[in-house]
Design a protein around this ligand. Structure first.
Ligand SMILES: C[S@@+](CC[C@H](N)C(=O)[O-])C[C@H]1O[C@@H](n2cnc3c(N)ncnc32)[C@H](O)[C@@H]1O
Length: 263
């Protein structure tokens, strides 16, 4: 069994246990304009015209972010995620809300050719890239699925966050949470069995997750080597992962937005 199949099982287990995760989507989408989206991303997206545009999200989880982004006025959306139970939930939510979005259960690296040259915008947000050992085939899929001139919009955790320790880890010291513990160039997998706490607030002995650190060099080269150019990069000193908010506004790069275009 490869690491992606194992991650599928672990993510489906996490979603099964997170019974309340997603209960607020319909309520918040009714009340707020763009819930679940970082304010800096909203500030960026207001500059684009989404009229008649087809948008997609890779690693869309339960669909909350894509359903929110649909409020910018896109014609239709497609979310891709490997966890079948999340995709079922997202399709049901889109139907309940009457939003023109569909969700597809697939490994990103195996997205069907019928989606090639389909999208004006592809979104990748918080905690998506880390699930891929090699970013070259990942961004190849992005490029294949974008129309010519289509844009890739990433709002992710900064590569430097992979160097920081987190509560509960052996070398983590609460007195000095800003100390860099891990190599920026770590190239073996993070192997974890303590669940996906951000979805259900609990630590539990879970199926095994495999994730990977990526340097900015790897990210940028994998984008550029797949026929896309980089238009804009913004780095922020605040956390979007809920793991490092104690380090906000201390001069440490914790998140970023990158805009790229298929040439
Ligand atoms: C941290 S979540 C993304 C969270 C999302 N940004 C949000 O806030 O709702 C990562 C997602 O990637 C999905 N995933 C992991 N590996 C994948 C793969 N190979 N193909 C497709 N989806 C994958 C997981 O099922 C999970 O829903």
């Amino acid at each position: 069994m490869n690491y992606i199949t194992k991650n599928k099982e672990a993510w489906e287990e996490a979603f099964e246990r997170a019974t309340a995760w997603g209960n607020d989507i319909e309520k918040r989408l009714a009340k707020e304009e763009y819930p679940f989206i970082e304010k800096v991303l909203v500030d960026e997206l207001v500059n684009y015209d989404f009229t008649d545009k087809k948008i997609a999200q890779f690693c869309c989880n339960n669909g909350r972010e894509l359903l929110s982004i649909m409020n910018f006025g896109a014609d239709s959306g497609v979310g891709f995620d490997i966890a079948e139970n999340m995709v079922d939930f997202a399709n049901q939510t889109a139907q309940n809300l009457g939003i023109n979005c569909s969700f597809v259960a697939t490994n990103i690296l195996e997205i069907d050719q019928k989606y090639y040259n389909s999208f004006d915008y592809i979104f990748i947000t918080i905690g998506a890239l880390t699930w891929f050992e090699d970013l070259l085939p990942f961004f190849r899929k992005v490029s294949q699925c974008l129309k010519e001139g289509g844009r890739l919009i990433i709002n992710e955790c900064h590569p430097v966050t992979n160097m920081l320790g987190a509560n509960g880890e052996e070398q983590y010291d609460q007195e000095t949470p800003n100390i860099l513990i891990y190599s920026y160039f770590k190239d073996d997998a993070w192997i974890e069995n303590d669940g996906m706490g951000y979805m259900n607030g609990e630590n539990y002995e879970s199926k095994t997750f495999y994730s990977y650190s990526h340097t900015f060099t790897e990210i940028i080269n994998a984008i550029c080597q797949n026929g896309m150019s980089i238009n804009k990069l913004m780095e922020f000193d605040y956390d979007i992962s809920e793991m490092f908010s104690n380090l906000n506004n201390r001069g440490i790069p914790l998140s970023y937005i990158l805009i790229s275009q298929k040439v």
